[in-house]
Ligand binder design. Structure first.
Ligand code: MN
Length: 294
């Protein structure tokens, strides 16, 4: 290894592990890849799940996600291609299109559906689950539909296009800020050979997810459809270099370091709280919840 390479590595967190994800299906038969699985919840605290879906065949998405509950965390849905309509138990409704985001706080609980608004063509996107701290798990539910034009964007050196969904990048504030975990969520489009550096607080857990082309981080190639867990090695940034034209999500956040108790769509701190979630759901408390648009 020559000196220049050593220098470059010291400026970027290393890749601790590459993760391919697990092909699965959820909702009414939607085929997806669970990239962040339950066994990684501790390591990637405060993030609980990342699903990636990219289906050309309507049979693989048309059933969508009919009515289901959530409690105790937030869901962030980022559409790349296709349209999805959400409806919740309070009568709210919204249409999520390419480049748009829905940021939903399940809090004390709601019931919603997420259904494709198309019968053919590509359906592609991501859903990220972000945990809430114990003291905020039972806050009132709410959601925000963020139109593509409302997501701040900038062009960095080398023609790198950056969409700032949450957090801050190069002085540009994102569409969403969350004080508890300070989540960073960027969608970075890099022309071949371009490089992009993002500051990351040393104590925050971080990962990238390549969804086009391939990239290199601190000497490790991160191929298409792979997550790279970034080492907590004391460096304050990640540097991504595109091998071919690439699109990469960068996600980071401050860990909560609290117990995680999950059963399906409920994520609490204890088994007792999970039992209460089921009881409340069974007696119809979720259906009665008021869900506000934020
Ligand atoms: Mn849902």
């Amino acid at each position: 290894m020559n000196h220049a390479v050593k220098q470059a590595r010291a400026d970027s967190r290393a890749v601790e592990r590459l993760v391919r994800g697990v092909p699965t299906s959820d909702g009414a038969g939607v085929r997806l890849t669970r990239v962040l699985t339950q066994d990684l919840q501790r390591r990637l605290d405060p993030f609980l799940m990342l699903d990636a879906f990219r289906n050309e065949n309507p049979d693989d998405y048309i059933g969508g996600f009919p009515d289901h509950p959530h409690r105790g965390f937030e869901t962030v849905t980022y559409m790349i291609a296709g349209r999805m309509r959400h409806r919740d138990s309070a009568g709210n409704e919204g249409l999520l299109g390419p480049g748009g985001v829905q940021w939903m706080t399940a809090g004390s609980g709601l019931i919603h559906s997420e259904l494709p608004e198309q019968e053919q063509g590509l359906m592609e996107g991501f859903q990220l689950w972000l945990n809430l701290p114990a003291r905020n798990k039972m806050i009132a539910p709410g959601y925000r539909d963020i139109a593509p034009a409302a997501i701040p964007e900038f062009t960095a050196e080398g023609g790198v296009r950056v969409r700032v969904i949450a957090g801050e990048s190069h002085g540009v504030a994102g569409a969403v800020t969350r004080p508890d975990t300070e989540p960073l969520f960027l969608d970075v489009h890099l022309p071949a050979r371009a490089r992009f550096t993002q500051t990351l607080p040393a104590g925050h857990n971080a990962f990238t997810c390549t969804y086009r082309g391939s990239a290199r981080i601190a000497g490790t190639e991160v191929p298409d459809r792979h997550m790279a867990i970034l080492a907590n090695d004391g460096t304050h940034a990640v540097c991504i270099e595109a091998i071919a034209d690439a699109r990469v999500l960068i996600v980071a956040g401050r860990p909560l370091n609290e117990p995680i108790a999950q059963h399906g769509p409920f994520v609490m701190n204890t088994a007792e709280e999970l039992r209460r979630a089921f009881d409340d759901y069974r007696r119809g408390a979720f259906e009665a919840a008021a869900v506000r648009s934020m």
